[in-house]
Design a protein around this ligand. Structure first.
Ligand code: UD1
Ligand code: CA
Length: 453
């Protein structure tokens, strides 16, 4: 295959979004529109990627600075041909240039590969629409060869009947593209320099024009409004849900799951309604995720049950654990196998070894917890003195009574027991009972106050 350069047009204003943010930075499936396109572009391993931006100041280059792309400003915006022209000084003559759009986020690598393989010269991505209104039409001669693209506003009545439209995505020999762009004129209905006019020029010069259609129509859908964004988001979520179902995942309702990243599942995974998966998530075999749970950048090993309304973030959860309902695992949580974390328990930056339990109303932060530990209801690790954070270490086989405060830095010795209601400020000896509590007293004959009239 010939050498590839990619130009991503992203200078449009997007006034119909009614937003101060550049259109291409609005998110679909948790990622800015233009980031979807950049991810796809980079995966094709091109020589050069050029993003043409315009509105919103430096917001687009700043947001996408991690990508190995050249950011070129187009100011003013005089049409798609003018936009591509801005990128030309940065592209080598060799090979071909693929034109993509920052607001057409779901174009798939497969379709672009097909275009690369369709021919050596000019390749257009076209699609047949029931309702082609608004799109440039693909004009063909009686032999069926493409002779040009006519924009709707410039089209004759009979050309408007054509159902085959230009998606805008095209692959063009770069050296010829440079020459054709230099010859563009803006004597058309919109007074713009149309990229589409290069097709007629190619045909004039006897250059073969090939067309390819995308595997799915949604690949060419562009975003101009919040309505279109919402519709395409649902389309994409259906695609994700179908992929999971095809892989054998049980979804209580494929219309009520949101995947904003990559969700990898083992066998016999079950996901109830309303769950959100963000970033990289791995669910092992037989994992069940309860309703309305949110799992972000986490791995959950085989047989673990996440009960409803749990939030798991940047955590590693072992096998056969029971999490939730209403559990919150914050970044840096590592749970070994068969750990139970119950309702209203928050864990942060802590490692909990196998078979330990914190079932009710606790905060465990910056802690190392051994195996077979029972953390009673209401236990709090006091990890912060207002300025610095300290660690709590709890040995194997410890039993911590309810409503205990462990004031870090502190170590609770192996096999020891802490009496309920204690405030532990010093290390506790292994195997002993430690408690800090006022003695219980009874005041004989004490009377409750009565209401004064
Ligand atoms: C364009 C095509 C049309 C095609 C349609 C598909 C041209 C002349 N027409 O029409 O054949 O059916 O897309 O959606 O190319 N942009 C810039 N700078 C500019 C102008 C546009 O970056 O100066 C970007 C926009 O941000 C947008 C894309 O190019 O992402 C398309 O521009 P738009 O004005 O929407 O083109 P259409 O009129 O829809
Ligand atoms: Ca458009």
């Amino acid at each position: 295959m010939t050498q590839l350069n990619i130009v991503i047009l992203a200078a449009g204003k997007g006034s119909r979004m009614h937003s101060d943010k550049p259109k291409v930075l609005h998110a679909l499936a948790g990622r800015p529109l233009v980031q979807h396109v950049l991810d796809c572009a980079v995966a094709l391993q091109p020589q050069q990627v050029c993003v043409v931006y315009g509105h919103g100041g430096e917001a687009v280059p700043q947001a996408m600075h991690r990508y190995p792309a050249k950011f070129v400003i187009q100011e003013p915006q005089l049409g798609t041909g003018h936009a591509v022209q801005q990128a030309m000084p940065h592209l080598p003559d060799e090979g071909r240039t693929l034109v993509l759009y920052g607001d057409v986020p779901l174009i798939q690598q497969n379709t672009l590969h097909q275009m690369q393989q369709a021919g050596e010269s000019l390749v257009l991505l076209t699609v047949n629409l029931e309702n082609p209104a608004g799109y440039g039409r693909i004009v063909r001669n009686t032999r069926g060869d493409v002779t040009g693209i006519v924009e709707e506003k410039d089209a004759l009545a009979e050309q408007r009947e054509i159902g085959e439209v230009n998606t805008g995505i095209m692959l063009v020999p770069t050296k010829a593209l440079r020459a054709w762009l230099a010859d563009l004129r803006n004597n058309n209905a919109q007074g713009e320099y149309y990229l589409t006019d290069i097709v007629g020029m190619a045909v004039q010069q006897g250059v073969a024009v090939h067309t390819v259609q995308p595997a799915h129509e949604w690949e060419m859908h562009g975003i101009n409004s919040k309505q279109q964004l919402a519709v395409l988001e649902r389309t994409w979520q259906q695609v994700e849900a179908s992929r999971l179902l095809a892989h054998g995942v049980t979804l209580a309702d494929p219309a009520r799951i949101d995947v904003r990243g990559r969700l990898n599942c083992g066998r016999d995974v079950e996901i109830d309604i309303g769950c959100i998966f963000e970033g990289e998530v791995m669910l092992g075999n037989n994992v069940h995720v309860g309703a309305y749970s949110i799992i972000r950048n986490a791995s959950i090993a085989d047989g673990t049950i996440i009960a409803p309304y749990s939030l798991v973030e940047s955590s590693e959860v072992g096998a056969n654990c029971l999490i939730g309902p209403y559990a919150r695992l914050r970044p840096g949580t590592k749970l070994h196998d068969e750990v139970h974390i119950g309702n209203f328990v928050e864990i942060k930056n802590s490692e909990i070894a196998a078979n330990s339990k914190a079932n009710h109303l606790s905060y465990i932060g910056d802690s190392t917890v051994g195996s077979r530990v029972n953390i009673g209801a209401g236990t709090i690790t006091c990890n912060y003195d207002g300025a610095n954070k300290y660690r709590t270490v709890i040995g194997d086989d410890v039993f911590i009574g309810s409503d205990t405060q462990l004031v870090a830095p502190v170590t609770v010795g192996k096999g020891s027991t802490i009496g309920a209601g204690s405030t532990i400020t010093r290390d506790t000896p292994e195997g002993e009972l430690t408690l800090s509590r006022n003695k219980q007293t009874t005041i004989n004959g004490w009377k409750r106050p009565t209401k004064k009239i």
